[in-house]
Structures are given as structure tokens and as C-alpha cells.
Design a protein around this ligand. Structure first.
Ligand SMILES: *Cc1c(COP(=O)(O)O)cnc(C)c1O
Length: 426
């Protein structure tokens, strides 16, 4: 079965099993076996001294995290809620990393008390951590997050390694390199260098340049201190995802080969290496399906008015050039539509005229009661809901397909009822 058939089977089953209908016009479906395969591809691509932590912000649903944990991943968390969800999902602290540039005293206390690996973002935070350690002890590995200041990928708003990025310590700013080295001399508990060159459309060469800078710094610190104090490298995530096709491009294997060539130090075993992939693990393992309520012609344009819009595809709606997504059309019975293509706008339910998930898209003519499916929404889409018009968070289901093509669903999240949203705003 190819990927299109697989998705179509799931959509048809969701309709037949009553998960998707007039009253439930918007859902997301997560491919559980696909997710397990992605984790497997990742772990097989790298040697055993690599630890892979899922960037929880990409998809923080508890049940989803449990699948990743059971498949062998750790968790990278960047807020106290992500931290607590991950603990609830059963990740052990040895397999967790805490990053965020805005850690409060309380968050520092929580992470270090638990023994979760921890990356310091700036020199003020360094002082807080050293103050904490004057009266407490921790089993946490503590690192510096550096900004290699190597420039942006194609999407400025999600690029983390520009000259003025808000993340980490700017390595090229005057005096910072020396300050980092001196801090390592003063504080023997610093044992890791962290870099995350993200995301979205960063070429591999740019990501590798950032990891090269982190590796060189680690070597320089160890040489200066005359001991191997830095024993860990955290190389972040940021592997781009190809949203134009079903296949992974690049694959984890290709990325690993690329890194092996550019930064062989990572593969020699002298550093424990942590990765923090988000998008590349989960994006391709979920789809979002919304019902077409009406269609109309305005100013010569065909417009489908649907339930899928800015609340679940916020980046696509606000930055359509960067976040274009593949969309397929299905009949009300869940049959893939392929003929009779026309140019259409696909509009969401939110009350502003820009709420379009596709503009002038050539695709099969939509009718009321059809469904549209957006591909590759397993990271940073419905999991990062945007509450415009008080629209509720959608229901999310995991699905598996057995060898007899039987589709089974399990609920991952009920989403929000009308009353839940009313309560939130009351
Ligand atoms: C967001 C983030 C990641 C994951 O990025 P992806 O592009 O989803 O792989 C990893 N590490 C840090 C520190 C992040 O902020």
C-alpha cells in the first residue's frame, strides 16, 4: 500500500466510524506505525552513543509522547508545562533536556533538582545557576547554548543562528568566546556545548556549520583546560522536511552520512551526542481533515468555505509563501477526488479575509460536504493551536492499519468542547 492509499483508508474509516461528520467537521489523524518507523529510522541512522530527544514543542500530546518514549526517544522540553507533560508521559530524567532562554528561578530549581540536562542561554542565567549550586547539588548535565552566528535559512522568523538571534551566547561577539572558556575553567560542572540551528528551510550545510562551531569550541575549551571537561555535544534538531512529497528528503540516514563527512568528531565516540529533532520525526505522520461547508464564486474566483483555517494552520495562513502545504480533496464518502481540476481558494472559518489555507490552487472541484485533507501536519500545526474567534482545539486520533486493512483509532485528545472554550474565557 502506498502512502496515498494509506491516508485514504484512514479518512474513509474515520468517516465510517463517525469520527468525522457534520457535527465533527475538523479532526487530525496521527499515523502511529509511521511515527514508530520514523523513530526507528532515526535510531538506526546514528551510532549508539547518540541520544535522541524529541523536541516536545512540535507535538506535545501526552499519548503521542508515550509512543515516542516507548519507541526509545527522550524529550527536549522548553517550558515548565512541556517538562511536566513529558514526566507524565513517563520519560525518565536521564532522557530529558531542558532548554529555554527564559528560565525562571523556579524552573531552574525544578530541572536541576530532578537532574534533567540543562542548557544555559546567557551569562545572567549562568550566575543564577552557579548561585543555585552554592546551596544545592544536581545530577544534571549542564551546558552552554551557543549561537554560532552563521546566518539565516530561508525562513528568517524561525532561524536561530543569525547575528542577532535571541538564542544562546553569540560566539562571535567580542569577548564571548573567552568568557565561555573562563566560565568552564571556573565551573567544572559545565560539561556540554549545545547548538540548534533551526529550522524549516536551513540547508544541511548551514546546520553543519553551526555544529562545527560548537565542536570546535568544545575542543578549544578542553585544550585550554588541559582536560576533557566537555564530554557532551548537543547538536539540536532543525532537519528540514520536504513538504512537497511523501518521502523523507533528506532522510535521517542521509543527514547522518552528511554529518559523518563534515564533523567526524561526532562519530568517534569521544563525545556523548544528543539530538533534538521535532519536525523531522512527526511532521509526516499526521494529517488534518476539515469539512467543506459551502462553495461559492466571488469576483470570478471559486472559493471553498471550510472548517480548516488559521486555528490549525496559523503559519500557512500568515506566511503562505513559506508554509505552503499539499492539500487533497475527498468526497463526503471519503473517496479521493482526482478529476475536474479548477483554480480555487480554500478558506477557513475565521472572520478575517486572509484566512485562506490555499490561494488559487489548482485542484479537483470542491463541493459542499466534501472533505479536504492537509498533509504533513504532525509538527507545529494542530498541536500549536491558535485560538482565533474562540475556535476550539480539534479532536486528535491515532490510527493503525492491520494486515487486513482494518483501521483502528484511539483517542489522543478530545479537543475542546464549546463549554471548555467558554470556561477558558470566563
Ligand atoms: C524547536 C527546537 C528544536 C526542534 O526543531 P525542529 O526544527 O522541529 O527539528 C530543537 N531544539 C531546540 C532548542 C528548539 O528550540
Amino acid at each position: 500500500m502506498n502512502t496515498t492509499q494509506h491516508k485514504s483508508l484512514a479518512i474513509k474509516a474515520a468517516i465510517n466510524q463517525g469520527l468525522l461528520n457534520e457535527d465533527k467537521p475538523l479532526i487530525a489523524l496521527m499515523n502511529i506505525h509511521g511515527l514508530q518507523k520514523s523513530v526507528n529510522d532515526l535510531t538506526e541512522a546514528f551510532p549508539d552513543h547518540f541520544k535522541h530527544c524529541f523536541a516536545v514543542k512540535a507535538n506535545p500530546y501526552l499519548k503521542f509522547l508515550e509512543v515516542l518514549k516507548n519507541a526509545g526517544m527522550g524529550a527536549e522540553v522548553a517550558s515548565s508545562t512541556e517538562l511536566e507533560i513529558s514526566l507524565n508521559a513517563g520519560f525518565i530524567v536521564e532522557n530529558m533536556v531542558f532548554d529555554t532562554p527564559v528560565k525562571t528561578h523556579q524552573e531552574i530549581d525544578r530541572a536541576l533538582s530532578l537532574g534533567i540536562a540543562f542548557n544555559i542561554d546567557n551569562f545572567q542565567e549562568l550566575e543564577r545557576v552557579s548561585d543555585w549550586l552554592k546551596i544545592n547539588t544536581t545530577t544534571s548535565s549542564i551546558g552552554f547554548r551557543i549561537n554560532p552566528q552563521i546566518g539565516a535559512g530561508a525562513v528568517e522568523s524561525t532561524s536561530t543562528a543569525t547575528m542577532t538571534s535571541k538564542f544562546g551566547i553569540g560566539l562571535n561577539d567580542s569577548g564571548n568566546r573567552e568568557k565561555v572558556i573562563n566560565a568552564c575553567r571556573k565551573y567544572s560542572w559545565i560539561d556540554c556545548i549545545h547548538v540548534h540551528v533551526g529550522s524549516v528551510a536551513c540547508p544541511l550545510s548551514l546546520i553543519a556549520k553551526g555544529i562545527r562551531a560548537a565542536t570546535n569550541l568544545a575542543e578549544e575549551i578542553n585544550e585550554n583546560l588541559n582536560k576533557r571537561q566537555i564530554t557532551k555535544l548537543n547538536i539540536g534538531g532543525g532537519l528540514p522536511v520536504d513538504f512537497t512529497q511523501d518521502e523523507d528528503n533528506p532522510s535521517f540516514k542521509e543527514y547522518a552520512e552528511f554529518l559523518r563527512d563534515k564533523i567526524p568528531e561526532l562519530f568517534g565516540g569521544m563525545y556523548h551526542v544528543t539530538t533534538e529533532f521535532g519536525r523531522a520525526i512527526s511532521a509526516k505522520n499526521a494529517i488534518t481533515i476539515g469539512r467543506v461547508e459551502y462553495t461559492k464564486e466571488t469576483g470570478g474566483r471559486s472559493i471553498a468555505l471550510t472548517h480548516i483555517g488559521v486555528q490549525t494552520l496559523v503559519r500557512t495562513v500568515y506566511e503562505p509563501d513559506y508554509w505552503k502545504r499539499r492539500i487533497s480533496a475527498y468526497s463526503s464518502q471519503g473517496i479521493l477526488k482526482i478529476d475536474d481540476e479548477i483554480v480555487q481558494d480554500i478558506a477557513g472559518p475565521a472572520c478575517f479575509s486572509g484566512d485562506l489555507i490555499a490561494k488559487e490552487r489548482l485542484m479537483p472541484r470542491l463541493q459542499a460536504n466534501d472533505y479536504i485533507m492537509v498533509h504533513d501536519t504532525g509538527a507545529y500545526h494542530f498541536s500549536n493551536h491558535y485560538q482565533y474567534n474562540a475556535l476550539p482545539r480539534l479532536p486528535v486520533y491515532g490510527y493503525t492499519i492491520d494486515k487486513d486493512n482494518k483501521v483502528s483509532f484511539e483517542i489522543i485528545s478530545q479537543g475542546q468542547s464549546t463549554q471548555d472554550v467558554i470556561n477558558d474565557y470566563s
